[in-house]
Structure formats: structure tokens, C-alpha cells
Design a protein around this ligand. Structure first.
Ligand SMILES: Nc1nc2c(ncn2[C@@H]2O[C@H](COP(=O)(O)OP(=O)(O)OP(=O)(O)O)[C@@H](O)[C@H]2O)c(=O)[nH]1
Length: 211
């Protein structure tokens, strides 16, 4: 059967328990919102195909448990991620402060070139807000990430944030591929030159033998 996509990427969602990671993912992949909170056990994932720059990009999105006791399991998934969404809840100052801890774990366990964005979820809860948009934006700037405020409840910025991370991963992937191709070009050119050089020497040897 023909492949249904051109490229496959793995994205990972990280953040404290209850910030809304599962709800964001369900909103994105199934256009659903369930207000009940059933904590994720370990990790779970969902797939979605996006069309970016004429390419069919399949994303496998890993939803990790925010609870401390699952961290040994979830950290095993960092290594294979190409993109990471750090999520906090705008109504929870502690979850916002913990982003620094999530970011330092990523630095330790994820690949260097992993693409990252910062998301402040539950932006529909304006009256309960504890983290201002400026604070979120400033933190994102510190970590050189793009920043979104989202709501899984109203679906505000949900598609935009997942799509933007996928675009960043795709751009990084293209840069890597270009770099690889240009290294391969250099290598082939070098081999061709060496080959030519050795032919010259062979001809000289033949000529000197003929004399
Ligand atoms: N108002 C509002 N509530 C939300 C939103 N997103 C999630 N919630 C609520 O927040 C609670 C936790 O959501 P989950 O998606 O289960 O949180 P989680 O981050 O996956 O939690 P863990 O699996 O324990 O790590 C649920 O009761 C949701 O209804 C949102 O955008 N707005």
C-alpha cells in the first residue's frame, strides 16, 4: 500500500499534571473537549496528518503524565522527540514556575536540535488568571521559544500552536537534509577528483613504460 504521508515527526507534550495536555491533544486530533480530569498514566499518543508546504506531514503526538511518579517512564521518550510543547496553566502560578524544571530536563535528555514552543493553556479562564501574558511571553523569550496562549475548551490557538511546532520541526528537518546532501556532494566531488588524479598517474605510468 502506498505511504499516506511524506514525512513523520514525533512531538512530545510536557507540563505539570492538570494543565490540560490531554484536553489540548483531544481538541486538536478529535475536535473534542471533556471537562473531566483523568490523569494520564505514563504516556499516551495520538496521530494527525497536516499539509505543510505541499507535504503530507504525519505527527505522532506523545501526551505524557505530569505526575512526578511517572517521570522515569516519560523521560525515556525525550530522546526520540523532534518537537516539544511545554504547557502550563495560566490559572496556576506553580505550574508556570515548574516550566524551568521541565526545560532543564529536556536539556539533559532530549536531542540538542529539538524544536520547542511554550503554551499557556486555559486562557478562557480570564477571571482566575495568575500568570500574565507578558510573563509567559518573557519566559518564552528567555528560552528562545515561540509562545501561545490556548484554550482546549474554546479551541483558541490549539491548531495554530501544534501546526507551528510542526512547521519548526519541518524547517529543521529540511536544514538537516540540505546539510547532509551538500556534505554528500562535497564527498562525491572529492572522490571524483581523487579518481581523476589516480587516472592521470596511471596514464603517466603507462606513458613512461612505453618509452
Ligand atoms: N477551562 C479550561 N479547562 C481546561 C482546559 N484544558 C483542560 N482543562 C481542564 O483541566 C483539567 C485537566 O486537564 P487534562 O487535560 O486532563 O490535564 P493533563 O495536563 O493531561 O494532566 P495529567 O494527565 O495528569 O498530566 C480537566 O478537568 C480539564 O477539563 C482549558 O483550556 N480551559
Amino acid at each position: 500500500m502506498a505511504k499516506q504521508y511524506d514525512v513523520l515527526f514525533r512531538l512530545l507534550m510536557l507540563g505539570d499534571s492538570g494543565v490540560g495536555k490531554t484536553c489540548m491533544l483531544r481538541r486538536f486530533t478529535d475536535s473534542e473537549f471533556d471537562p473531566s480530569h483523568i490523569s494520564t498514566i505514563g504516556v499516551d499518543f495520538k496521530m494527525k496528518t497536516l499539509e505543510i508546504d505541499g507535504l503530507k506531514v504525519r505527527v505522532q503526538i506523545w501526551d505524557t503524565a505530569g505526575q512526578e511518579r511517572y517521570q522515569t517512564i516519560t523521560k525515556q521518550y525525550y530522546r526520540r522527540a523532534q518537537g516539544i510543547i511545554f504547557v502550563y496553566d495560566i490559572t496556576n502560578q506553580a505550574a508556570f514556575q515548574h516550566i524551568a524544571k521541565w526545560a532543564s530536563d529536556v536539556e539533559e535528555y532530549a536531542p540538542n536540535q529539538v524544536q520547542r514552543i511554550l503554551v499557556g493553556n486555559k486562557c478562557d479562564e480570564e477571571l482566575r488568571r495568575q500568570v500574565t501574558t507578558e510573563q509567559g511571553s518573557k519566559l518564552a523569550e528567555t528560552y528562545e521559544m515561540e509562545f501561545f496562549e490556548t484554550s482546549a475548551s474554546t479551541s483558541n490557538n490549539i491548531r495554530e500552536s501544534f501546526t507551528r511546532l510542526t512547521e519548526l520541526v519541518l524547517q529543521a528537518h529540511k536544514r538537516d537534509t540540505d546539510h547532509l546532501l551538500s556534505s554528500l556532494d562535497d564527498y562525491l566531488e572529492k572522490v571524483a577528483l581523487e579518481d581523476e588524479g589516480s587516472k592521470d598517474t596511471d596514464e603517466n605510468v603507462q606513458r613512461s613504460c612505453a618509452c
